[in-house]
Design a binder for this molecule. Sequence first.
Ligand SMILES: *Cc1c(COP(=O)(O)O)cnc(C)c1O
Length: 419
Amino acid sequence: MSKKPFITKEQAETIIKEFPTPFHIYDEKAIRKNARDLYKAFSWNKGFREYFAVKATPTPAILQILKEEGCGTDCSSYSELLMSEKCGFTGEDIMFSSNDTPDMEFAYAKKLGAIINLDDITHIEAVEKACGIPETICCRYNPGGKFSISTTIMDNPGDAKYGMTKEQIIKAYSILKEKGAKRFGIHAFLASNTVSNEYYPTLARILFELAVEIKEKTGVSLSFINLSGGIGVPYTPDKEPNDIFVIGEGVRKAFEEILVPAGLGDVSIFTELGRYMLAPYGHLVTTAIREKHTHKEYIGVDACAVNLMRPAMYGAYHHITVLGKEDAPCDHTYDITGSLCENNDKFAIDRKLPEIDIGDILVIHDTGAHGFAMGYNYNGKLKSAELLLREDGSVVMIRRPETVDDYFATLDGFWNVIE
Ligand SMILES: *Cc1c(COP(=O)(O)O)cnc(C)c1O
């Protein structure tokens, strides 16, 4: 099986005449279809809403598209709150799922009317001091231990810095109720990039059972249950993608079995997906500029880890297509590198690919989430442009590339400070 890029070589060549590589490009049509399918899959739940995790793709044009599809935003910083506000998200369109949160950010989130999601029991006091307890409030749960689906360990919540223990969260609802909160939610994020239709249903069962226990012990009936992010995408071409309709149905079953009999059938289901909403619908497009034959075969491209950090940071696999050579045999073995003075700046190691010539255009797949967003400026390298492939086939720039002036902007007035 192979991954097919959403642009052809001819399209790429036309785009590059106007917008030189490297750039990220997003597929509007596919983003919209995927968002609509998510809403269809959860249409059985009256209050369902997706709060897109802004950190995955903090780009106004993308947030606008998702807004038009009915999504809110999930923020964890002041800048993300500001971006949501500037894009027209208001009040409870915004979820503030932060941790280690400064007082000022709590206050700003409250001013916007965002739903504040408390990461810790001590944050009750912090919020009260910073801005007063809001009427609607959410608490983040961490059950500890390992998170498994049947016999497979999916992730390790016991090692994660997020959320409250069960004892703490039950106490938190009692305190919040006493302090005047009126509407309550619960949130948990227990495994990342799950390529399994079982993750959400398993998580839902845990949270639904806890919701029943919270009601029994504190008298608090939750209004919403936030399953957060964690639905993944298959980065390697051999894996089957998740089926959002199977996932939605699995959550529905748990809902009917656990919440409905407990009198909690009005609970809204929320999600905070990032990767699932965007990753497959973005490409990093880059040109081969150098080749090198030493102890290994290298192809140097004009993008580097500054444009996509996941391979360097996590050893993550990103599939690569050489445009125009989609059907050529993969009979060469290359390391595909960027130009950083950092040996982990490699988009692929020992990758089987067709023979690559200088000037070939490479598509690096699945960069639509946690791609551009994780960019940095090591070696003084600049962040690329972001482009949008519109539904009508036209291409618009949705963020210009950085210039050296941007890079030097924080040094204005500091060139001759030391006498
Ligand atoms: C990162 C994050 C998400 C999104 O995670 P994905 O794996 O991209 O779906 C959602 N909620 C919170 C609080 C996060 O930190």
